[in-house]
Design a protein around this ligand. Structure first.
Ligand code: KG4
Ligand code: ZN
Length: 349
């Protein structure tokens, strides 16, 4: 079968096996996913140790490392799934948002395979992929639902109207949630990536020790801002240091996390209520944060709303979620051409 025939079969049967590739930031990942929901393999090579010494992602190092690893990662994903290219219905790949050099590695590799193996291929939005991580963990989950997306680069409250239809309800005006976690972690002397490290430190502190005001977030708007909260946490630390007081870093971490979690969870649950949705999902790297998961779970329970969040292995960047989003992407529109480019600031709506 050629690419056209494979695509026709995929849409006619609404079933098929996809190879998916993700290289938008600092993970080189490939997966094989059946019918958008069943993960046959999920290979992730993380570059975190390479970037740790610099305290953050260095784009040039990320691109070079993707080039080195992509071949092995894709081969491993196919081998672990026990499939060859002849079993595939198509190839899907993240083409934005993300680091342009990093995106180009995965995108061009996918184009090359698609040409060599005569398979349809399509670009997938990285945020749509994070949302789709929930389809893997909850096989019965279907739109419509409200979704809080909190990652290193993005923080949105999105209404998922359909598999490929989204409405933006609210967004951050400045830092993304993960970015705020990473910056405060850095100030507290924690290594990159700061989010999980800050969560660990917060477990030893008192979340009510310091009350960080967050005036912008107190209004009715579904937009949020973390720059004020970030400045308040930094000022707290510096003021205490200047006074020569001992600083309880765990209290700062716990109080900061508590405030951020309250803002995100309050607004997301209120958004679901206003939309009249019976389900609220959480997505993006910060969905690995246990305090955020718990706050949302409790608030949803009180309102009679079903709460969904991805299994931990699908929270941070991976290609299984791309295989899910890519499946629905291919069912809703024809494959992309080889002129598809990487779009660093690709929007979801
Ligand atoms: O989705 P992701 O892997 O990459 C982007 O698309 O940005 O998200 C990475 C972000 C980082 O900022 C990281 O610190 C944060 O997610 N993160 C966490 C946790 N695990 C990852 N933030 C808070 N608590 C965590 N447990
Ligand atoms: Zn991501």
């Amino acid at each position: 079968m050629n690419a056209e025939e494979r695509y026709r079969q995929l849409t006619a049967t609404r079933s098929g096996i996809l190879l998916s590739i993700e290289t938008s930031c600092d993970e080189t990942a490939a997966a094989v996913v059946k019918n958008g929901r069943e993960v046959l393999s999920n290979t992730v090579y993380t570059q975190i140790p390479l970037h740790k010494v610099y305290g953050g992602v260095v784009p040039e190092i990320a691109s070079r490392s993707h080039v080195e690893k992509i071949g092995t990662v894709v081969d491993t994903a196919l081998t672990e799934a026990g499939v060859t290219h002849e079993d595939l219905s198509g190839i899907v790949v993240t083409h934005g948002p993300g680091l342009v050099g990093a995106l180009l590695v995965g995108l061009n590799y996918a184009k090359g395979l698609s040409l060599a193996w005569d398979l349809p291929f399509a670009g997938v939005n990285h945020i749509a992929s994070h949302i789709a991580a929930n389809y893997i963990t909850f096989p019965d989950l279907e739109p419509p639902f409200t979704c809080l997306v909190a990652s290193g680069g993005h923080s949105h409250i999105i209404r998922v109207d359909g598999y490929n239809r989204y409405t933006l309800i609210g967004r951050t005006r400045d830092d993304a949630a993960g970015e705020a976690f990473d910056k405060i972690a850095r100030i507290l002397g924690l290594p990159y990536p700061g989010g999980p490290e800050l969560e660990k430190l917060a477990k030893e502190g008192d979340p009510k020790a310091i009350r960080f005001r967050s005036a912008f977030n107190e209004g009715d708007s579904f937009d949020f801002s973390f720059s004020g909260l970030k400045t308040a946490a930094i000022n707290e630390l510096h003021t205490r240091e200047q006074r020569g007081e001992t600083v309880n870093r765990a209290d700062i971490a716990a109080s900061f996390q508590h405030t951020l979690v309250e803002v995100l969870s309050e607004k997301a649950v209120r958004a679901a209520v206003v939309q009249g949705d019976k389900t609220l999902a959480l997505a993006g790297g910060v969905s690995a944060n246990t305090a955020l998961r718990e706050a949302l779970r409790q608030k949803c329970e009180r309102r009679g709303i079903r709460f969904c969040c991805p299994d931990f292995r699908y929270c941070t960047d991976n290609a299984a979620m791309v295989g899910s989003a890519g499946f629905y992407r291919l069912l809703s529109a024809p494959p992309d051409g080889f002129d598809l480019n990487a779009v660093p600031n690709l929007a979801i709506v």
